[in-house]
Design a protein around this ligand. Structure first.
Ligand SMILES: NC(=O)c1ccc[n+]([C@@H]2O[C@H](COP(=O)([O-])OP(=O)(O)OC[C@H]3O[C@@H](n4cnc5c(N)ncnc54)[C@H](OP(=O)(O)O)[C@@H]3O)[C@@H](O)[C@H]2O)c1
Length: 258
């Protein structure tokens, strides 16, 4: 018997980090899950180890990759009732010095692909009167982040979109949640050029991918609008509402610069 209300799931960014841990939790709970990412070998290794896994290799910055995942989400013969938009990355550095093609891919993945997959998911879930959409955002969505500017802007979009949809669908039987983790040890640091964070931020500021993945799945199952895993980040996000915008912006710049 599953401890979750989901009958089937699709997780993007399932080949490492938070997504990979979610896949393990869903498999443990007996929820059949479709795994989406670019690295086929990683996904296949998970499929070999776990029960109920379907592999869908797709690059979500391409129209073909997005279309393949949309087709799977909307397949009437194999319905999915939990969609987790988890794939995402950041680009650390000064905005004008970062390769603009990389920034375009970041927006395409974090914003455009997430929007397209959310639309596909809700398009089938709302008529069914049942479903769960979990969008992985970040604590970076609550204030600007100099030197991680595009990333914070994409995540502000994800939190705002998810909160709007949460209210829009109140009473519909479909739950939409934004998961907003703080620092979490995954491949994110090497992909996003933030490896220096390991030295810059002390141990207590790091959350485990396990804590984050559990918090997200529990929150969407419970129908919460926002989940901020960890006592430290819950406190910081609550306090952020009380700090004037200009002060928050300056502090964020100081934290990024050292
Ligand atoms: N780690 C943190 O500190 C932190 C904090 C707050 C929020 N988050 C968010 O948490 C989410 C998961 O990140 P993570 O920390 O688990 O990082 P991660 O270990 O780097 O995982 C990212 C996942 O996204 C997939 N992905 C990247 N580009 C893709 C593409 N073009 N098409 C399809 N899949 C793609 C990767 O798989 P392939 O490379 O195999 O495609 C990988 O499975 C992200 O949205 C991130 O922004 C992370």
């Amino acid at each position: 018997m599953s401890s979750y209300p989901f009958e089937s799931a699709l997780v993007t960014g399932a080949s490492s980090g938070i997504g990979e841990v979610m896949v393990g939790l869903l498999a443990e709970a007996g929820v059949p899950t479709v795994l989406v990412a670019r690295r086929a070998d990683r996904l296949q290794a998970l499929a070999d180890d776990l029960d109920g896994i379907e592999v869908l290799v797709a690059d979500l910055v391409t129209p073909e990759g997005q279309a393949a995942v949309v087709d799977r989400i909307t397949d009437p013969d194999a319905p999915i009732d939990l969609v987790v938009n988890n794939a995402g990355f950041g680009s650390n550095g000064r905005f004008h010095e970062i390769d603009p093609d990389r920034l375009a891919d970041e927006v395409e993945l974090n914003v455009a692909a997430l929007t397209r997959l959310s639309s596909a998911a809700l398009g089938v879930m709302v008529p069914r009167g049942r479903g769960y959409l979990l969008n992985v955002s970040s604590v970076a969505s609550f204030q600007p982040a100099p030197e991680l500017a595009v990333y914070a802007a994409t995540k502000a979009y994800v939190t705002s979109l998810s909160e709007s949809l949460h209210e829009e669908l109140r009473g519909s039987g479909v739950h939409v949640t934004a998961l907003c983790p703080g620092l979490t040890r995954t491949e994110f640091q090497s992909v996003s050029n933030t490896e220096q964070y390991a030295d810059r931020f002390p141990g207590f500021t790091w959350t485990s991918p396990d804590e984050v993945a559990r918090a997200g799945l529990d929150a969407v199952a419970a129908g919460r609008a926002i989940s901020v895993p960890g006592v430290l980040y819950k406190g910081l996000v609550s306090m952020a509402d009380l700090v004037p915008r200009g002060v928050k912006r300056r502090l964020s710049g100081l934290v990024q610069r050292h």
